[in-house]
Design a protein around this ligand. Structure first.
Ligand code: FPP
Length: 277
């Protein structure tokens, strides 16, 4: 916990100040529930699926703004484990859109230095889609400006369950003793253990729910809800969410005064304080 707090503060105070006298506080990881495509299309007397197609433009805008602002990881909820219950025609449009977007956006992702990764139970997808995902991941594997994670057939409870299954397998194989199981050992078996936990969790579309998105990892995330429907969520709207985050004080259980004292302490002194020296 302490290391985490220390990491948080030190990361921010060592970030570039961008001309301001305060650190810019760019979230290291932003997670977004892209909600409202169907309603946006319906308001325009169009099929819901048209809203999904238009939603791709917002995906592009948010990815590029993330690169511009220096966000390290962006996770987008494209298809939940529960979305299979939608009409077959809508599911099939979403799958086609996923395929065509993967194909159409590769050059742009490469130009922007974006590494693509898909998180979720991908065995449910067609072999062709699975191959395209694997190819896109391979092709972008060395890009390091932004890690773009597309959550597809993903659910937060699925993620925790598959981590628990891996823990049990390691115990049965004798690689882990039950007594040594702690938060870290479970977290290390979740879908993206190499990425920081989300700092900012955004949901568009007016609902105020987590909808089984990244549950464990979002334990300390700042929540941001907007009534804008996903196709309306452009670079400016995303920038406003990032600016709102920058103004928040994250306490991680500390008092406001403790956090302020930490923020005013240079990073090298912070390390000394946290180590109890
Ligand atoms: C929720 O809106 C949105 C989805 C289930 C799909 C999101 C997909 C995209 C934005 C396009 C594809 C994205 C990628 C990354 C290829 P909803 O249909 O539930 O909206 P509603 O609440 O208005 O019905």
């Amino acid at each position: 916990m302490l290391g985490r707090i220390q990491g948080e503060i030190v990361d921010k105070t060592t970030a570039e100040f961008g001309g301001s006298d305060r650190p810019p506080r760019v979230p290291r990881h932003v997670a977004i529930i892209m909600d409202g495509n169907g309603r946006w299309a319906r308001q325009r007397q169009r099929a819901r699926t048209w809203g999904h197609r238009e939603g791709v433009k917002s995906v592009r805008a948010v990815v590029e703004e993330s690169v511009r602002r220096g966000v390290g990881t962006l996770t987008l909820f494209a298809f939940s484990s529960e979305n299979w219950r939608r009409p077959l025609s809508e599911v099939s449009v979403l799958m086609d859109l996923f395929m065509s977007t993967l194909r159409g956006e590769m050059r742009r992702l490469q130009q922007n230095g974006v590494r693509l990764r898909v998180i979720g139970e991908r065995s449910a997808f067609s072999e062709k889609l699975q191959r395209r995902i694997a190819d896109a991941e391979d092709l972008t594997a060395n890009n390091d400006r932004l890690c773009l994670q597309i959550a597809a057939n993903y659910g937060g409870r699925w993620d925790i369950t598959q981590a628990a299954r891996r823990l049990v397998a390691d115990v049965q194989a004798g690689r882990l003793s039950p007594a040594s199981i702690d938060e870290q050992s479970l977290a290390a078996r979740l879908a993206f253990p190499d990425q920081p936990d989300p700092d900012l969790f955004i949901r568009t579309g007016g609902e105020k729910r987590l909808s089984n998105f990244i549950l464990w990892q979002s334990a300390y995330a700042e929540l941001y809800f907007t009534d804008l429907l996903w196709p309306e969520f452009d670079a400016k709207a995303y920038g406003q969410a990032l600016d709102d985050y920058a103004r928040r004080q994250r306490r991680f259980g500390l008092t406001g005064e403790q956090v302020q004292a930490r923020e005013q302490t240079p990073p090298h002194a912070m390390a000394t304080i946290d180590e109890g020296r």
